[in-house]
Design a protein around this ligand. Sequence first.
Ligand code: HEM
Length: 497
Amino acid sequence: MQGAFSARLVSGKVGASRLPTPADNTANFPFMQPTSTKVTMQYDSHSLSLPAQSGQRLASGWLLLALLSLVGAGLVVILIVLARTPVIHNLIPWTGSFRTALVIHVDLSVLVWFLSFAGVLASLTLAERLQGWGRLALRMAMLGTGILTFSPFLGEDAPFRNNYVPVLNNTAFFVGLLLFSGGFALLALLTLWQRRPAQSAGERGLRFGLWTALLIYLLALASLAWSWWELRGITVHDEHYFELLFWGGGHLLQFTHVQLQMLAWLWLGSLAGLPLFLTPRMAIPLFIMGALPALVGPVIHAFYTADSGELRLAFSELMIYGGGVASLPLALMMAWALWKADPVARPEQEIMRLALRSSLALFVLGGVIGFMIRGINVTIPAHYHGSIVSVTLVYMGLAYALLPGLGHQQPPVRLAGYQLNLYAFGSMLHIIGLAWSGGHDVQRKTAGAAQGLENLADKIPMWIMGAGGMIAVCGGILFLVLAFRSFRWGGMDPNHG
Ligand code: HEM
């Protein structure tokens, strides 16, 4: 399969000259062989076609950056989890680095992991003639990520626990952050400017979703720039300053992630052989519904200044009431399609269904916990992790399909199944422990003795958080091992072959 498959792509035939037939789609994703007339109908549903070799290499580059960011976010989270686990935190000599670790964990996961995966999706659609610029954007993002990751060792280690984009108040950190977000902004602009011709209605629907996500990213950057300008009078750059600076942009960025989560759910649904319940044409109004709330962002800035309580409340309410308007109905439709689906045609399809099922489960768990938030305590990260681990799981499923599609090895299916189960189960336990501790008003972003976990009633849920967290970390490590072992390194270098 591999040899024949990559030889076809090297010729660049698939992307260039003619609309793909279902046979092309099946060639792109080996396990999508039609087994019945109904299945054939799916192939004009939700799927992005694969570009010729240079586009694959670019997409592989962004995928590699995404995987490397998970390595970093995963390594520091071991310290975070242990520093919050009762009794064990007394044995950890590095509790003092908890805050720095939290900054790196959040920025490498929510920013770099999520946006680099968006970079994979954007690279699949980028016009051939802009691939060179696409590679420049990738190199900027990679350099930025490297500097950001090592910034605790490249300057003053002054962590601020502000929300959305927590910062280390040193020059290296900001240089890294600017290079990464600038690199992704360049790719977003290039992708919005020129793309390869879409190959099917199914692709047009998903591409519309991708465009809205990239546009909202640029809107989030504009909100950040506007806030920076409005706050220019503030000379003391402390935690409160950065909270105000990233508040608007941070909230808008969540809409980018939700649009891409919906794109990934739809694509994974096709890869998993689910019945077609939403035609490609119906996907477009869904993405419009999901994107519209983000357009309120500039209106909020027009009425309120960046340092006003009104602006902060307006963006929070925009997220609470606007964040699920499209994703919730789609989640219900995906759950229904999973329920109604025929048995899988190939074992690989079971992996796609497992990723989808666990992603939906975490989405619902995170949503339910969101309504339980009362005050500032660990119920908030419990809600966060439901929502963001749901996105992470659907991206892990898509990565398993994209790796062979981009000319790398097919990850072993059985191990991929264990991995998804381990990560989902660990995350659920972790989230339940955090939500339960939230009921005891255990504080966010606080480690060690400072948590004030006096009695057993306080300690038990945090032990559950710790155990779940470490199981999820094992699931994350297994994902990275499977993905890196599948990578065909020669396949990534843009100057190779
Ligand atoms: C192996 C899986 C993971 C574990 C065990 C884990 C664990 C944790 C812990 C213990 C905290 C600190 C909570 C606090 O002190 O308030 C935290 C914070 C955070 N994590 Fe994770 N995490 C994981 C994966 C992720 C992923 C995949 C993302 C995003 C893509 C993410 C994003 C965040 C964010 C945004 C915060 C800050 C929460 C807040 O502001 O309250 N985490 N994580």
